[in-house]
Design a protein around this ligand. Structure first.
Ligand SMILES: NC(=O)c1ccc[n+]([C@@H]2O[C@H](COP(=O)([O-])OP(=O)(O)OC[C@H]3O[C@@H](n4cnc5c(N)ncnc54)[C@H](O)[C@@H]3O)[C@@H](O)[C@H]2O)c1
Ligand SMILES: [Zn+2]
Length: 379
């Protein structure tokens, strides 16, 4: 465990959907209880803990010890860090590892790490023997508030992100804010982008809390972070339960900030920008687009931009991105006056709607104002 690990009563959120049922426990010290918690829900047997080098060094040994003490026989499988885990080649290696570890249909896979690791490990688990039970132990803020909730698994193809995947709810998600102490500052900040997102589309009270407590939150401990993580999880779980397979449009509001965000990430080849940083810029863009389309009061957009800045997140397009390239990625054809991609906009902070016909000139204007093409005005 990290230095000064705290213990506190875990908050419990249940998610029930046609993709399965999940229990999400958020609390300082929940990893230390992992053995007992798993034992209550599973017959102990073979298991694999899948992790990345840095996270495995920090947390795998104590987690494995707890599982062993509860009667499980865990093997540790380590895969490359970040998006390098989200490849079919890495998944094939995981299948070999599962075979070597003697996993069968009754075994459990425990994914220990950030969102990239859990997407890949849960995808491998959900396809091995037609689907093993998975337990997620998310160790980044982003994965605790977002990636570990909702049952989406997947890997990337050279043609794009998350193009191959499954829906399978993890049996359990154990979110321990103690792990956030060792997270690099930039990764912690990036996680807050998804917290701002869910607050902006769904919960004005959470948004106000973030406004009150930022930037102090960047130095906060597990006790202060736990209620924020739990609230974000609850909000996402409710949205997912209403649209588990992302088919009816209800889940689409979780894409707030992701239209421009995904375009920037792709143009940066998933290297120059963290997902959360791209989403922060995307939220700032969506808020400004909403103002320009007369769907949001300017003051409400400025609140969103100010909150992102207070959390140390970028709100302008970094140098080197062309507005036309971003437009193209978003799905605006050269001559079309309107794009193909719907935008999620916030008519006010705390609520969202999906808007299909945003004029291209508005988007182009906003992107340039935000610094695309190296033009733009002061922030
Ligand atoms: N499945 C979903 O619904 C969903 C939702 C949102 C995002 N995602 C995916 O999540 C991924 C991004 O996840 P992420 O932001 O967690 O990034 P990540 O998994 O790449 O982790 C970021 C970095 O933090 C390090 N790290 C993780 N935990 C640590 C800890 N406790 N201490 C020190 N270092 C630690 C990792 O080694 C890595 O370098 C993307 O691939 C995205 O597509 C999935
Ligand atoms: Zn996201």
């Amino acid at each position: 465990m990290p230095p000064r690990a705290e213990r506190a009563r875990a908050r419990r959120i249940d998610l029930s959907a046609d993709t399965g049922r999940s229990t999400i426990l958020v609390g300082a010290g929940v990893i230390a209880d992992a053995g007992r918690i798993l034992r209550r829900r599973l017959v102990p047997g073979r298991a694999a803990i899948v992790s990345t080098p840095r996270v495995a060094r920090l947390y795998a040994r104590p987690l494995a010890a707890r599982l062993r003490a509860a009667g499980f026989a865990p093997a540790l499988l380590v895969v490359p860090d970040g998006e390098r885990a989200k490849t079919l080649a890495c998944v094939a290696k995981l299948y070999d590892g599962f075979l070597d570890a003697g996993l069968d249909r009754t075994s459990v896979v425990v994914a220990l790490g950030g969102g990239a690791l859990s997407d890949a490990a849960a995808f491998a688990a959900s396809t091995f023997h037609r689907g093993l039970t998975t337990v997620l132990v998310p160790t980044t803020l982003l994965s605790q508030v977002d990636a570990a909730v909702g049952g989406k698994t997947g890997v990337n193809l050279p043609a794009g992100k998350n193009l191959v995947g499954t829906f399978q709810q993890p049996l359990l998600v154990l979110s321990d804010p103690n792990t956030l102490r060792t997270l690099p500052r930039a990764d912690l900040r990036a996680g807050f982008a998804e917290v701002v997102k869910i607050a902006a589309v769904r919960d004005v009270a959470l948004f106000r809390r973030l406004e009150r407590e930022a930037p102090r939150l960047l130095a906060a401990g597990p006790r202060e972070l736990a209620p924020i993580v739990a609230r974000a999880v609850r909000l996402k779980a409710d949205i997912v339960a209403a649209d588990p397979r992302d088919r009816t449009g209800r889940r689409a509001i979780l894409n707030y900030g992701h239209t421009v965000g995904h375009a920037l990430e792709a143009l940066a080849q998933y290297r120059r920008l963290r997902h959360g940083e791209a989403v922060a810029i995307g939220i700032a863009a969506a808020a400004r687009i909403a103002v320009a389309a007369r769907r949001l009061a300017p003051g409400e957009a400025e609140r969103q931009v100010a909150l992102l800045r207070a959390l140390g997140l970028p709100t302008r397009v970094p140098p080197g991105f062309s507005a036309r390239d971003i437009m193209h990625r978003i799905g605006f054809d050269k001559k079309a006056a309107q794009g193909r991609t719907p935008f999620v906009l916030t008519p006010r902070v705390g609520s969202a709607s999906v808007v299909r016909r945003i004029p291209s000139r508005i988007v182009l204007h906003v992107l340039r104002e935000m610094g695309a093409d190296g033009r733009g005005v002061a922030p």
